[in-house]
Design a protein around this ligand. Structure first.
Ligand SMILES: Nc1ncnc2c1ncn2[C@@H]1O[C@H](COP(=O)(O)OP(=O)(O)O)[C@@H](O)[C@H]1O
Ligand SMILES: [Mg+2]
Length: 296
């Protein structure tokens, strides 16, 4: 396997008021192009971990490597390969206009202005924010601000994009749209993602790998389907499986040959209804231990 872009093992950070944050349990690894979702309830340490990854907070003990470097020591070595969208996006938008904001970092580096303009245009197209080009960032909606911040992070062509609670405060349609955009960006540009959230609904469409953090411990690592099959772990982390996924798990446990879909869209609902209406609800596994083939 490739060398991980990020490695986190048994970290501790102590805030000035004495509050200690631990990130123990299963080590966190992020590989090139991997889409990782870090699930954890409020106060579990997600933002603290991100601040350590960014080199803004230095852990007092443990292993923390980003691109093979220690973030708090080799900040400049990681800075250009890392993009970030903070939980409070206001903190990172500089403006005044959308185009100025997106171009800020490369302009600061003194790169060719025409080249920067071309790249800003391309990114605005990809993120469907071209109509906002000359708007003042200050007056944009929450979802629009998130997209501008993503464009500003992507302009440096990072290998890893970190987003802290990007779905918080967005309406369901904007949340879905953002999941679609992030997935597309990650796949098309081969960028690894680290996304924190406590919203399980969006996980199947977004994540290759899910980590569950609770009370200082990484409790589980798995695919979205594996994680949904552990309501006990999710419960202990104060996270709840959305009802529709509970239904999928229940059907699987009763022997129905059905996978959890990445997105519960109309096609998935049709498939589910087809399965439920074609066959009676019995435990298929109990028929000579064989699961019959269904045309679904
Ligand atoms: N500036 C701070 N000073 C003291 N304690 C803090 C500070 N920021 C966060 N904490 C504490 O650290 C723990 C983890 O917080 P945080 O990393 O923000 O969690 P999350 O992002 O998962 O909600 C919580 O107990 C929180 O109260
Ligand atoms: Mg947080």
């Amino acid at each position: 396997m490739s060398k991980p872009l990020v490695l986190v093992k048994d970290l501790t950070y102590r805030y000035v008021d004495g509050t200690e944050v631990h990130i123990g349990g299963i080590p966190l690894e992020i590989h090139p192009g991997e889409r990782v979702v870090l699930l954890g309830p409020n106060g579990s340490g997600k933002t603290s971990l991100i601040k350590m990854l960014l080199g803004l907070m230095k852990p007092s003990s443990g292993t923390l490597e980003v691109f093979g470097n220690k973030p708090s020591k080799d900040f400049s070595a990681i800075q250009k390969r890392l993009g970030v969208v903070l939980q409070n996006v206001e903190e990172q938008l500089i403006g005044p206009r959308v185009v100025d904001d997106i171009a800020f970092t490369p302009r600061n580096y003194g790169y060719d202005i025409k080249q920067i303009e071309r790249e800003v245009d391309t990114l605005m197209k990809e993120l469907t924010i071209e109509p906002l080009a000359n708007r003042l960032v200050h007056y944009l909606s929450g979802g629009e601000k998130k997209k501008v911040a993503i464009a500003g992070a992507l302009i440096a062509k990072p290998d890893l994009l970190i987003l802290d609670e990007p779905f918080a405060g967005l309406d369901p349609q904007s949340q879905e749209e953002l999941v679609g955009l992030l997935t597309e960006i990650s796949v098309k540009k081969d960028i690894a993602l680290l996304v924190t959230t406590h919203d399980l609904e969006l996980v199947p469409a977004l994540a290759d790998t899910v980590y569950i953090l609770s009370e200082g411990k990484m409790l589980m690592k798995g695919t979205p389907a594996e994680v949904f099959q552990r309501p006990d772990v999710l419960d202990s982390a104060r996270l709840h499986v959305p009802a529709i996924y509970s239904l999928y798990i229940e059907l699987q446990q009763r022997g129905y040959p059905i996978e959890i879909p990445a997105r519960v869209d109309q096609a998935a609902i049709e498939k589910l209804l087809n399965l439920l209406t074609q066959k009676p609800i019995i435990n298929y596994k109990s028929i000579n231990g064989r699961v019959p083939k269904l045309n679904v």
